[in-house]
Ligand binder design. Structure first.
Ligand SMILES: *Cc1c(COP(=O)(O)O)cnc(C)c1O
Length: 230
């Protein structure tokens, strides 16, 4: 089958992504979370015009980057080990999951090696849930106020990312997203030589409407697009 033929196959995922997109205000970027999806499942979304895709494993991100059209903006959304940074540094559009000073230094080093300034978000832990990665508020502040971080020439810190608790309690989700939004607004209003708070990445399939109310301007949606409708 040629690529031309696949364009005409109606894809449920593309239809669902179009519905999610229709829910979003114009200034909000949708990142289609394509993790665990094989390339033939992702192609219909590309053909429907989607260009921002997110993966949570560096090796998968690299593989899909190599196999798919080069105008895709690839987002790394999952926990990133320092030894995996060079796998994605030559092409990644945005790393959402920077949760340590050590990782920041490693990304800067990898950026230097490929002569690219790499866009990153600092991931903040807003959920008491033990399984969630992220910086504490104190660790976030320490990174932002670190003069050596401001001098790193191959990274560009452009915002914050967070994941809310897995809960049915909407007020808790709201509270957690609100906490992140407050941090975002606080740092956004403070002049900084190199950090510009532009992106607030929060909201997934189950909670993006709440995230939007709390000021998100980037949502990462997977299962609401790829899972069959219930
Ligand atoms: C998997 C994942 C998502 C998407 O989750 P869904 O519930 O499938 O929409 C978003 N962000 C991160 C960090 C993820 O790992």
């Amino acid at each position: 089958m040629t690529t031309k033929d696949t364009k005409n196959i109606p894809s449920l995922a593309a239809e669902q992504a179009i519905k999610v997109q229709a829910d979003l205000p114009k200034h909000v970027q949708l990142v289609v979370v394509s993790k665990t999806q094989p390339i033939p499942n992702i192609t219909p979304l590309y053909d429907a015009g989607f260009r921002h895709f997110g993966e949570n494993r560096a090796d998968d991100l690299r593989h899909k980057y190599e196999q798919m059209p080069k105008d895709i903006q690839w987002h790394m959304i999952g926990h990133l080990q320092t030894n995996k940074v060079p796998i994605i540094s030559p092409f990644v559009h945005l790393i959402h999951s920077v949760d340590s000073h050590k990782l920041l230094l490693k990304i800067n080093q990898a950026g230097s090696a490929c002569q690219r300034r790499i866009n990153v978000l600092l991931q903040v832990k807003i959920s008491p849930d033990d399984t969630k990665y992220g910086l504490s508020e104190a660790a976030l502040q320490a990174i932002i106020e670190d003069e050596k971080v401001a001098e790193l020439r191959y990274i560009r810190i452009i915002g914050l990312m967070g994941m809310a608790s897995l809960t049915q309690d909407a007020t808790q989700t709201q509270r957690e997203f609100n906490q992140l939004n407050k941090l975002f607004e606080t740092y956004k209003s403070r002049p900084h030589p190199t950090i510009t708070m532009q992106v607030l990445s929060m909201g997934m399939s189950g909670d993006y409407p709440i995230a939007l109310q709390q000021g998100s301007n980037m949502v990462r949606v997977g299962s609401a697009i790829f899972a069959p409708p219930v």
